[in-house]
Design a protein around this ligand. Structure first.
Ligand code: GLN
Length: 537
């Protein structure tokens, strides 16, 4: 078993997660079995209780774990299947340590950060190693070197590397080399200081991955090699990508990062064949077709809030050799200016998941526009609930129909809580979460797109379609094309007289990959492209 620890320096948002994931891609394509793990220094037990504005998207795994969005990168860039053990937060560490203390496991001892907290962190690395049976584990440490709250994690990985020994563990430091306009040059000082911070704790990085806007020249590489105590060839350039994040593995391969990693860890593995990945990039850079998709949400100014949705849309584009321009639309804009003005000219409309009332009326208007004008519509989770509310109000004429999440007094609660959810009072980890089976109806658009009748998809929601209304909906051309196998829960809906109007209670975006685009997104982009080229003027 080999271990790669990825730390970050200078600033946050460097794309450490992407770098770790891209290294995973390269190692996997060399025939190695890889898994990835993320340590987050915050005290929340998981990001499930944080606002998207704080944290970006919450990425859901098969087992229902609500995790950091970097795990989304890990699953998209590799074939590894992650579990709740692949994301560890300080909150979880302290919770475990304190539970043990109360149980009396440390009886007689003073419980301390070193060794009790650091041991718990190391246990998690061993646990993932055992469960994954991987050849290589890449562990990314969240936050920036120098943060107080990250110290126990750094201490833990330092001890861990000492334990497993030379040749079995390496440290990769992702750092920032800023371009200072006034001086007209790239500056290495922040990197030097960030590496000095690591060395203070006893970690000397083996490799520096330098995020930069301009290429590093020979002198700069030499300087960083000398001042940061890494060999010249271990100074790796990772420039901002031009077109797509999926270029990162190829860029790092050109810099020979994976060769170096294999050499340092004494891994015998042939060079990576990245030809299929190159094909993906070609389709992204020079697609045959183009289409514009509107995403109508409420966390629009924050790109990270709908990360997996945006990625899945791009994958749907790859599947159709179609470049997708994503128009990010604040739902409240539709409330202000009307659907026609905001949505005109789009190839397709997507309403993603969400919580809370703000913007719901704008989303309802978007669904109505899509239904009436026959614009392709894809609804995800809240997007399905919105489509249901819209249909209830405007087709079934059920006045003020709503979800009880937004209006507890509604006369027509077409979306409501199940009895088991009504009893729940604690907020953390209590939604309907994770992968669940869904049965698709014969002859439905959903079954056609999937090419299957039984699928498994990931969930994260509390509210459900209210079955008291099923017959009424059905009699007006609203199709329940996906149900839980016991028939109790509505999973997918679609409209009969519409070229593409489909919405799911689950989140298909979590299982889409660039080399395995999700069928619903693939179908949505195909329909959107078709719509824009054949719509009546
Ligand atoms: N707020 C809705 C619910 O809890 C939808 C959740 C979501 O879109 N993820 O059911």
């Amino acid at each position: 078993m080999k271990y790669i620890f990825v730390t970050g320096g200078v600033v946050s948002s460097l794309g450490k997660g992407l770098t770790a994931a891209a290294l995973g891609t390269l190692l996997e394509n060399r025939g190695l079995k890889v898994t990835l793990q993320k340590f987050d220094p915050y005290l929340n037990v998981d990001p499930g209780t944080m606002s998207p504005f704080q944290h970006g998207e919450v990425y859901v795994l098969d087992d229902g774990a609500e995790t950091d969005l970097d795990l989304g990168h890990y699953e998209r860039f590799t074939s590894t299947k992650l579990t709740r053990f692949n994301n560890l937060t300080s909150g979880q560490v302290y919770q475990t340590v304190l539970d043990k203390e109360r149980r009396g496991d440390y009886l007689g001892k003073t419980v301390q950060v070193i060794p009790h907290v650091t041991d718990e962190i190391q246990n998690r690395i061993h646990q993932v190693a055992e469960q994954s049976k991987a050849d290589v584990i890449i562990t990314e440490i969240g936050g920036t070197t120098g943060d107080i709250e990250g110290l126990p994690f750094l201490e833990a990985i330092r001890e861990f590397a000492l334990d497993v020994g030379y040749n079995n563990a390496i440290f990769v430091h992702v750092t920032y080399v800023p371009f200072i306009k006034a001086a007209g040059e790239l500056k290495t000082k922040p990197t030097q200081q960030s590496v000095a911070k690591l060395r203070e704790i006893g970690i000397t990085p083996h490799i520096l991955v330098c995020r930069c806007e301009r290429p590093l020249n020979k002198e700069l590489r030499q300087k960083m090699s000398l001042f940061c105590n890494v060999p010249y060839e271990a100074v790796i350039e990772e420039k901002d990508v031009e077109h797509s994040i999926y270029e990162v593995p190829l860029m790092l391969q050109r810099e020979r990062l994976d060769d170096l990693v294999c050499r340092l860890l004494q891994l015998e593995a042939p060079a990576a064949d990245m030809s299929h990945w190159q094909d993906i990039i070609r389709k992204l850079i020079a697609p045959q077709h183009r289409v514009r998709i509107g995403v109508v949400g409420k966390y629009i100014e924050l790109h990270d809030a709908y990360k997996s949705v945006y990625e899945a849309i791009i994958h749907g584009g790859i599947a159709n050799d179609c470049g997708v321009e994503i128009e990010k639309i604040e739902a409240e804009e539709i409330e202000k200016f009307g659907a026609e003005k905001v949505l005109k000219g789009l190839g397709g409309i997507l309403v993603p998941g969400g919580f809370g009332e703000r913007g719901t009326e704008g989303k309802v208007l978007a669904a109505q526009y899509a239904r009436e004008r026959k614009v392709p519509y894809l609804g995800l989770c809240l997007g399905m609930q919105i489509a249901t509310i819209e249909f209830a109000r405007n087709v079934l004429k059920l006045e003020r129909a709503h979800s009880t999440e937004f209006d507890q007094q509604t006369p027509h609660p077409v979306i409501a809580l199940l009895d088991e959810q009504k009893k729940v009072s604690r907020k953390g980890g209590t939604m309907r979460l994770g992968s669940q089976p869904c049965q698709l109806a014969m002859g439905s658009m959903a079954a056609h797109l999937y090419g299957a009748f039984l699928v498994n998809e990931r969930h994260r929601h509390r509210y459900e379609f209210n079955n008291a209304y099923r017959e009424k909906f059905e009699s007006h051309g609203f199709v329940f094309s996906g149900l839980s196998p016991d028939g109790r829960l509505v999973e997918v809906i679609e409209l009969k007289d519409h070229p593409f109007f489909i919405a799911s209670q689950f989140h298909p975006e979590f299982q889409s990959k660039p080399n395995r685009p999700h069928p619903l997104f693939k179908g949505f982009i195909a329909a959107s492209h078709n719509y824009i080229h054949h719509r009546p003027l």
